[in-house]
Design a protein. Structure first.
Length: 121
């Protein structure tokens, strides 16, 4: 049995490192929210595609929420989003609500990543 961690080494309740799913039940789906994804974009898009395909290879349900020119493939479902403004967030909210939980959201960091009010819910 693993000894408990000291309180200061645990992620805060609002920390991205803390999972919303319990440790005993993995999320039924991963959702990667990104400002770029192939065929468009650059490094963040390529990283996101590699991560999404690696998760899909582990038989995990993977969804990517990205700009409209993004393409599905490699076991990954891409949901085109018309930007991350108010209308795009409403569209993404409806799409996320349609996917059964539990869900894990990941926003890759980088210059093209949605940030601030763009992904605040």
């Amino acid at each position: 049995m693993t000894p408990p961690q000291p309180p200061d080494s645990r992620p805060a309740a609002d920390s991205p490192a803390r999972s919303t799913a319990s440790a005993s039940s993995p999320p039924s789906s991963w959702h990667l929210i990104t400002g770029e994804y192939p065929p468009g974009g650059g490094g963040v898009g390529e990283y996101t595609r590699l991560l999404a395909r690696a998760l899909a290879a582990e038989r995990v349900d993977v969804h990517v929420w990205a700009p409209a020119e993004a393409e599905s493939g490699g076991g990954v479902t891409v949901h085109p989003v018309d930007g991350f403004g108010r209308a795009g967030r409403r569209e993404m909210d409806r799409g996320l609500d349609a996917v059964p939980g539990p869900r894990r959201l990941l926003v890759p960091a980088g210059p093209a990543a949605p940030h601030g009010s763009a992904v605040d819910r």
